[in-house]
Write a protein that binds this ligand. Structure first.
Ligand code: AMP
Ligand code: MG
Length: 419
């Protein structure tokens, strides 16, 4: 308890932000892009709609049958026993019955066929009997308007079907096609530059000297960014040299909407990102009361938003999902929603000190009937990237939590849709 209290005070002294405050602050500082581009509909998946989609038509365009059967006037439905009707024609999808159906008559009708004039009800074929003389026998039990799809029951002419800021899903693309629209206006994609910093980093294909590591952050960043459908500029590995970093940062900020780096954001002798941002742009903060992920630099370089992520590979992924992702959603014109979380029962005790949030890696398993339990994905060090690979969720432990007992409910954020 004493240790937790001391931790808290140390954090307060350093003016740490909570993750929620940091996210709020970041979203406040991001202005959504507004430039539009016109695309063929098929190119629109995962793009952000730039203007409201107003329907020029009714969907469906005509009142039609929802089933295969017989169309008739509801006034011909028997209230008891049965009625025998004369079949006067057939209506197929795309091939309407052109005549009028009078009292005592019916029309053979298939799913999707326009409802013939004089009819307002369909009796499914399984519930009729074809008599030897060709007439159709219909029993009691039907009701007026059954098995009918009304013109415009899905979408009416003039309805706003999709709103600006919606990321287009497969269903949305289908809806736009159902309106007969083949081109759409979407918001241009954010252009994102990223690079890794560190004298110890080697690229794939190079050999490792003592103390070197392969640069993995650029690959996980590339992959997370690719999922977001942004325009990418990979600037490679940049050594811990201020002149070099200054030049790459300037070039990146001149051509991109967002610049992301990993490494060099602490207060070590080779950590130049923070002073460079202070010198060349604006720096909004650099410490967040979270684990992993402290410290993190956010600010602006010219017009570009800047994220200086920590160097540790797990911290890169956690801070990306908690901060960069919502920022990119907002920049791209979307309206970021609260993270999708729910509660699951922890199978194990989890050790934690109060005073900062933790984003532990967990493995969610169904126990059936919509219940979930979560297990730790193993060693939680911020350099243990295999913990991210094994996990399928974050276990979110807030700053007040001072440990979890086996069987306690914990908040989890599934990776589904994230990773
Ligand atoms: P730093 O934040 O630069 O002090 O880096 C923290 C730790 O993360 C160090 O152990 C680095 O070697 C490691 N690290 C930094 N950048 C990368 C990277 N791009 N890929 C893999 N590990 C990295
Ligand atoms: Mg470094």
């Amino acid at each position: 308890m004493t240790t937790a209290h001391q931790d808290c005070c140390a954090d307060a002294h350093d003016h740490n932000l909570t993750p929620a405050q940091a996210r709020h602050h970041i979203l406040d500082a991001i202005n959504p892009l507004t430039t539009l581009e016109r695309l063929a509909l098929r190119e629109g998946l995962d793009r952000v709609l730039g203007a409201a989609m107003v329907s020029p038509v009714n969907v469906p365009s005509h009142t039609n049958s929802a089933m295969d059967g017989y169309a008739l006037a509801a006034t011909d439905l028997p209230s008891q026993d049965h009625v025998d009707l004369v079949m006067v024609g057939t209506a197929l999808a795309g091939l309407p019955f052109s005549g009028r159906c009078e009292q005592g008559q019916c029309v053979r009708i298939m799913t999707g066929a326009c409802l013939p004039e004089g009819t307002d009800t369909v009796v499914i074929q399984e519930r009729v009997e074809r008599l030897a003389d060709g007439r159709i026998r219909i029993g009691a039990g039907g009701h007026s308007g059954q098995n009918i799809r009304q013109a415009g029951e899905d979408i009416k002419t003039g309805d706003i079907v999709l709103s600006p800021g919606q990321r287009l899903t497969a269903a949305d693309i289908g809806i736009i096609a159902s309106l007969g629209i083949g081109e759409i206006d979407v918001i241009r994609r954010p252009r994102v530059a990223f690079f890794s910093t560190g004298d110890e980093l080697r690229s794939i294909g190079q050999s490792l000297r003592d103390g070197d590591v392969y640069d993995s952050n650029r690959y996980s960043l590339y992959s997370m960014l690719k999922r977001l459908n942004v325009d990418l500029l990979d600037l490679g590995v940049v050594a811990d040299q201020p002149e070099l970093l200054r030049k790459v940062l300037l070039d990146a900020a001149a051509t991109c909407d967002v610049v992301i780096t990993s490494g060099g954001v602490s207060v070590g002798d080779a950590d130049y990102i923070k002073p460079l941002l202070q010198e060349m742009g604006t720096m909004s903060f650099w410490k967040i009361a979270m684990k992993p992920g402290r410290p993190l630099v956010f600010g602006h370089l010219d017009k570009a938003a800047f994220f200086g992520l920590p160097g540790n590979p797990v911290a890169v992924m956690v801070t990306f999902y908690q901060f960069v992702l919502p920022a990119l959603l907002r920049l791209s014109g979307q309206h970021p929603q609260a993270a999708f979380t729910f509660t699951a029962r922890s199978r194990h005790a989890i050790r934690k000190r109060a005073g900062r949030c933790e984003f532990q890696r967990g493995i969610l398993q169904s126990t059936g009937h919509g219940q979930w339990q979560v297990t730790s994905a193993g060693h939680q060090g911020s350099g243990i990237l295999t913990s991210m690979s094994r996990a399928n969720c974050f276990i979110l432990l807030d700053e007040t939590c001072d440990g979890i007992k086996p069987g306690d409910l914990v908040e989890v954020q599934p990776f589904a849709g994230l990773i």
